[in-house]
Ligand binder design. Structure first.
Ligand SMILES: [Zn+2]
Length: 240
């Protein structure tokens, strides 16, 4: 058994969003039923999928999925391709995130929302929300019921405008490197690694991947101080 409808990924679409579309277009009542049947796992985390697995499922060449970012690759699926850039797993969020305002304007969830060090929507100048089952269901059904229960600006130490400006710098750099595959100086991924390594007081950058912890950058509460230091560091590094 295979799928009979195999959409092409939309521009900047996330893997989770693509899976929702694929499941719905093929008549499945939920993504969980789809992944249970094709991957023997109803609670599959889309970010762990490789391009090979996904293309095999839809019975197409991997080139069919061109443009779908953050599919897993590398040893132990610990890296993810974003254009021509390789981003390690621990720099991504495990949970899907979204911008409520973007989803009022468009149906597509973006892959970059998964990148831990870009926790804001630069367009709407607000922190991204963590996906809930309810919101995901709405997206799957196309009803897009988006509640606003999650706090948005809680605990920010820097004005949101300033945070957005810093993140825009990171985002520009990400776009440049993902398109060109190189840049003058250190890669954005290495810069993030080095900052993480310093703030976590690890012995070496290699320890980061060994710990396999999720990216700790948050703009709220306990880790706010680290986050601000982190962003200040980037502002300096990238401006230099
Ligand atoms: Zn937005």
């Amino acid at each position: 058994m295979g799928v009979s409808v195999y959409p092409k990924p939309q521009a900047d679409q996330s893997v989770s969003c693509y899976l929702r579309n694929l499941s719905r277009r093929n008549g499945f009542a939920s993504v969980a039923l789809f992944t249970q049947l094709f991957f023997d796992d109803s609670s599959l985390v889309p970010i762990t999928l490789t391009g090979e697995e996904l293309s095999k499922t839809i019975g197409k060449q991997q080139s069919h999925l061109d443009g779908l970012d953050l599919l897993a690759s590398g040893e132990g699926r610990q890296t993810h391709t974003f254009g021509r850039l390789e981003i390690p797993r621990y720099q991504l969020c495990r949970k899907e995130r979204y911008c409520p305002e973007c989803l009022q304007e468009q149906e597509t969830c973006l892959s970059k929302w998964q990148i831990g060090w870009m926790p804001l929507c630069a367009k709407h100048k607000r922190p991204l929300h963590e996906m809930t089952k309810e919101i995901e269901r709405g997206l799957f059904l196309g009803t897009r019921i988006l509640n606003e229960e999650q706090p948005t600006h809680r605990g920010l130490l820097l004005p949101l405008n300033e945070l957005c400006e810093i993140q825009s710098t990171l985002q520009d750099r990400l776009e440049l490197e993902s398109a060109d595959g190189c840049c003058a100086g250190e890669s954005i991924v290495d810069l993030v690694d080095r900052r993480l390594f310093t703030s976590m007081r690890l012995e070496s950058v290699d320890c980061l991947s060994k710990r396999r912890r999720r990216y700790p950058l948050q703009y709220y509460d306990r880790s706010i101080e680290d986050s601000v230091l982190f962003l200040e560091y980037f502002a300096g590094q990238i401006a230099a």
